[in-house]
Design a protein around this ligand. Structure first.
Ligand SMILES: Cc1ncc(COP(=O)(O)O)c(C=O)c1O
Length: 498
């Protein structure tokens, strides 16, 4: 790949019209950017400009400087996608140079690239899903129970290597059920990874319990065993035994279960493994979601496989999972009439959606390979840039790279991260900051937090400099290459000193 095709569009006003024509042809963007020695934009130059010059009798060996002045429309580095589109439309143009605060041209947005958005992670259906949904329609199993639900539970359990599974309407619902089944209630303390999506922590407070947040370890970004040990010691000194620990497997990779589980076992704290993002990952060959007393998966639309919305609670304890099924269907007792002893929820997965899930599960292996290949591509193309630290895959792990993520290990990382995200958004590429840790959320302000070591707040660092890149398995090679080219350009801009 040419690392800087954008650079090849910059020309000086000394070159001739004929030379410009050849450069236009080679650049294949339909535009050149004529700049002075300081990269200040003098004008844009299109095929049309050259045609008009020829018709006006300007010879091919004349310098571009001899062309009539033509002020260019431009935007600043703070312009968003909406502003770019508005400018392109208002001025009926196809190219918009981007200028930095010193007036230097640093980027170019073209109408052509804006016609197709590159998503962070969008649904990627296989060949079987539509047929399985049709089966549900034809058999009239359009309900939160039915043969697809039963089969999906069996198939997910088999994939993960756990005996039992209960399909739910979301991963969040499965987390809520899981905590309740572990006995969490008012007055209890629950340990929870801080670097996660809010759904990991919400059910803790919804059950009336107190979350205690735990930092990440710096390599794979999941719960820090060192911080967990600290938290368990501190709570033990206060005579508190946490009722459960929500350990999150981040961005498609298992947490350090071989260190976390012994600590929790010793303290008598059951683990609820939040594997919402990590279906398909393994640690020492063992599937993510098979470590906790209970574990949760999500089949939300952005996950590695999806049912459009859905989740699963899995575990080895048959009674717990049977209880989860009961609670998720309004806790109805086995009687002819509607008999209720405990309060329940409407949390079951629909049979139609389970049909989609069964089809998706058949292609999970392929989806993992593709996401891993996308990460490998990013790493090869961008790995040499200074200040970039990829989320690592420590020994023994085989993650899915659900989202390819890195942090900018530089001063003022958050400002640079936002500048990079703005840059990508201007080109219609969706990327996101790494999760904002729970201990930094206003929702959980004042809650306890145990850091990885002394001063280090690893989760905060991951958030402040962290970027999740487009990682969808349905992203084709052309899109991937384009994102890499944009990243090279954007990262060079943002890693420059402030
Ligand atoms: C770590 C984590 N936990 C829980 C959830 C909740 O899953 P759902 O969206 O299916 O409710 C998600 C994602 O959505 C997640 O990323």
């Amino acid at each position: 790949m040419n690392p800087q095709p954008f650079e090849s569009l910059l020309v000086s006003a000394d070159i001739t019209l004929l030379q410009a024509l050849a450069r236009l042809d080679a650049g294949a963007q339909g535009v050149l950017l004529v700049v002075d020695d300081s990269r200040r934009l003098l004008r844009t130059l299109t095929d049309g400009d050259l045609r008009r010059a020829t018709l006006a009798g300007i010879p091919g060996d004349a310098a571009l400087a001899s062309l009539p002045a033509s002020p260019a429309h431009t935007v600043g580095l703070d312009a968003g996608l909406h502003e770019v589109l508005e400018r392109l439309d208002r001025h009926r143009i196809d190219h918009l140079p981007v200028l930095d605060s010193a007036g230097r041209v640093v980027d170019l947005v073209t109408r052509r690239e804006l016609s197709r958005r590159t998503y962070l992670s969008s649904p990627h259906l296989g060949d079987d899903e539509a047929g399985l949904v049709r089966e549900a329609f034809e058999s009239n199993w359009i309900a939160p129970l039915g043969p697809h639900v039963d089969a999906f539970e069996r198939e997910v359990a088999a994939w993960v290597g756990v005996p039992h599974a209960a399909a739910t309407s979301s991963g969040t619902a499965a987390l809520h059920l899981g905590l309740r089944l572990l006995g969490v209630g008012p007055g209890d303390h629950v340990l929870c990874s801080s670097l996660t999506f809010v759904a990991s922590a919400n059910p803790i407070v919804q059950l009336g319990a107190t979350p205690v947040f735990v930092d990440s370890e710096p390599r794979g970004w999941s719960m820090s065993p060192r911080a967990l040990r600290e938290a368990l010691h501190a709570l033990r000194r206060e005579g508190v035994r946490p009722k459960a620990a929500v350990v999150v497997n981040l961005y498609g990779q298992s947490a350090q279960m071989d260190e976390l589980l012994p600590l929790l076992d010793e303290a008598g704290v059951p683990m609820l493994e939040d594997a919402a993002e990590s279906l398909g990952a393994t640690l020492h060959g063992r599937a993510s979601g098979s470590f906790g007393r209970l574990a949760v998966f999500s089949f939300n639309g952005n996950k590695i496989i999806t049912t459009s919305g859905g989740g699963m609670l899995v575990g080895a304890d048959e009674q717990l999972i049977a209880h989860a099924r009961k609670l998720s269907t309004q806790a109805r007792e086995p009687a002819r009439h509607y008999e209720h002893v405990e309060d329940g929820y409407n949390y079951r997965l629909s049979n139609v959606l389970a049909g989609i899930g069964r089809g998706q599960l058949r292609v999970l292996g392929q989806r993992v390979e593709r996401r891993r290949a996308i990460f490998g591509h990013y790493r090869r193309e961008l790995g040499a840039l200074p200040g970039l630290r990829w989320m690592e895959e420590p020994d023994g792990h085989r993650g899915t790279r659900w989202l390819s993520a890195f942090t900018l290990d530089l001063p003022q990382a958050a400002r640079r991260r936002d500048a990079l995200l703005d840059f990508l958004e201007r080109h219609n590429v969706e990327a996101r900051p790494v999760w904002k840790p729970m201990h930094l959320q206003p929702l959980f302000s004042g809650r306890r937090y145990f850091g990885h070591s002394g001063q280090a707040d690893v989760a905060r660092q991951c958030f402040e400099g962290g970027v999740c890149l487009p990682s969808g398995s349905n992203m084709d090679d052309t899109q991937l290459q384009r994102v890499c080219e944009l990243l090279l350009r954007g990262l060079r801009l943002v890693v420059q000193p402030a």
